[in-house]
Design a protein around this ligand. Structure first.
Ligand code: HEM
Length: 462
């Protein structure tokens, strides 16, 4: 068992200035850096930034330790919780950014909105919104699929969790998400109160998010009605002492779910369309399944169990292009992980993207092969080599919501359209908090020939 720090890169240098200059380069293309470091150092490496020990981990045994066995020790660190430089600048003390008893209480409170029965009831809304969106598409049009998926998933999360209409907020939310991504991944050496252009944009983004979410909250408070959705849960739930959430706590939780609940699913679909367009054999199998099972009618929740290939396509897209490509944890006390020392304050980055492409755990790791999920051998793979939603107590609370949504949206759209990449246009991933198409995803819509067979009454909205 090792008892020393493993080797790792020294490119980040030692002083503040060197760090700063390095991270300016790093954030332009983190995937290239970490892929190269894994090739050089193996699936765990160590480096220091200032006095802080850092590990990057693409080893599933270590992922299990960090996410599950030592989850009490490995908590959310300043990258999440700092109100000066972390995600908490936007999400406050919501589920993603809180720790300890407060997080536990909030998670218990929000959990009922994500129970299977409740999530299943959202299926028809998801399909109806998709059909409504498709009514504006036509054969031969070039659309930015990224915009389409973001708008669709944003409207769905607003309707299902907040019973609200978010259609007028789309451009503000899009701008805010871009700022949140950048603000958390931009090297800076200036004190946090200096109003750099990015900070000014961050403050404005926060104001916009406040306005939207307080709009939902105030509207609901006016009626005091319990509509049984997440928003009512946030506003009406009482803890053991009969205390309700303050408006600020409800705001933090609502902003968290509003942001975490749409952008990740939209990017999962973005990458799915991108992969399908490059793999006509996979696309043909998907179409064959959709045509034979649905025979032209819009999918319903009950159809999902008869659409295994659709589910395999989503699983494989989440493996190859995980929307959350890396998460971090901070050691709250001195400990060891698989023999490596992790003194209090150590930051460990779990590289989901690299775990999902680890050559010791995946055959043909770089290939898009949905069929791998039907191979009985898949059951023998290391459970923590596939963690698109993280694992342990902090596993994504919206994972079944997201999987159901991605499957229903893929089925509804692929039934009717093929999405084609534009010749000569390379789509490059950016990897900040999430992994997304850096310059959008312009694609050409091609109405499927079999689409003529789709019953016009498939949707009341059509
Ligand atoms: C394909 C889509 C999604 C992916 C890939 C994804 C991935 C993740 C991951 C990896 C985490 C752990 C983050 C960390 O530990 O730092 C997480 C947490 C979380 N996700 Fe998701 N997510 C998705 C969809 C959703 C949806 C639809 C919702 C809500 C409607 C949601 C709400 C949350 C929340 C609230 C947390 C924090 C949970 C906690 O710490 O207790 N996510 N997600």
């Amino acid at each position: 068992m090792p008892s020393e720090f493993p080797p790792g890169p020294t490119e980040m240098g030692e002083g503040k200035w060197q760090n700063y200059l390095f991270y300016r380069k790093f954030f332009k293309n983190p995937l290239d850096y970490v892929t190269r470091w894994m090739e050089t150092y193996g699936d765990v490496w160590h480096y220091k930034v200032g006095e802080t020990h850092n590990y990057s981990v693409a080893n599933p045994d270590m992922a299990y330790e960090l996410f599950v066995r030592q989850s009490k020790i490995f908590i959310k660190g300043p990258a999440y919780t700092s109100r000066k430089s972390g995600l908490a600048r936007f999400m406050g003390e919501g589920l993603v950014t809180s720790n300890g008893d407060f997080w536990k209480r909030q998670r218990r409170l929000v959990a009922p909105a994500f129970h299977a029965m409740r999530v299943h009831a959202y299926a028809d809304t998801m399909v109806d919104y998709t059909l409504k969106r498709l009514a504006g598409w036509h054969d031969g049009a070039i659309v930015d699929v990224d915009d389409e998926m973001m708008e669709l998933t944003l409207n769905i999360v607003a309707r299902t969790l907040f019973d609200a209409d978010a259609s007028s907020t789309v451009s503000q939310v899009k701008r805010a998400v871009a700022v949140v991504q950048k603000a958390n991944n931009t090297a800076s050496i200036l004190p946090h109160w200096i109003p750099t252009p990015l900070r000014l944009r961050s403050w404005r983004a926060n104001e916009a998010l406040d306005k939207i979410v307080y709009g939902f909250i105030n509207e609901r408070r006016k009626t005091g009605e319990d509509r049984g959705d997440l928003l009512s849960m946030l506003l009406l739930a009482e803890d053991a002492d009969g205390e309700r959430m303050t408006d600020l706590q409800a705001r933090d939780e609502a902003v968290t779910l509003f942001l975490a609940g749409h952008e990740t699913t939209a990017n999962t679909l973005n990458w799915t369309w991108w992969l399908l367009a490059q793999h006509p054999d996979v696309e043909a199998k998907l179409h064959a399944e959709l045509d034979s099972v649905l025979a032209g009618r819009a999918p319903k929740l009950e159809d999902l169990r008869s659409l295994p290939y659709t589910d395999m396509v989503i699983k494989e897209a989440l493996r190859l292009m995980p929307a959350v490509w890396s998460v971090s944890r901070t050691a709250s006390e001195d400990t060891e992980v698989c023999g490596y020392p992790m003194p209090r304050g150590t930051a460990a980055q779990i590289m989901i993207y690299l775990l999902h492409r680890h050559p010791e755990h995946w055959k043909q790791p770089k290939d898009f092969l949905p069929e791998r999920w039907a191979d009985p051998e898949i059951e023998n793979r290391h459970k923590y080599a596939y963690v698109p939603f993280a694992a342990g107590p902090r596993i994504c609370i919206g994972n079944s919501f997201a999987i159901m949504e991605a499957n229903l949206l893929l089925a509804t759209i692929a039934q009717r359209y093929q999405l084609r990449l534009l010749p000569g246009l390379e789509i490059k991933p950016a990897a900040l908090i999430t992994m997304y198409p850096r310059d959008g995803l312009p694609m050409r819509l091609e109405k499927r020939a079999s689409c003529a067979a789709i019953a016009p009454e498939a949707s009341p909205l059509h």
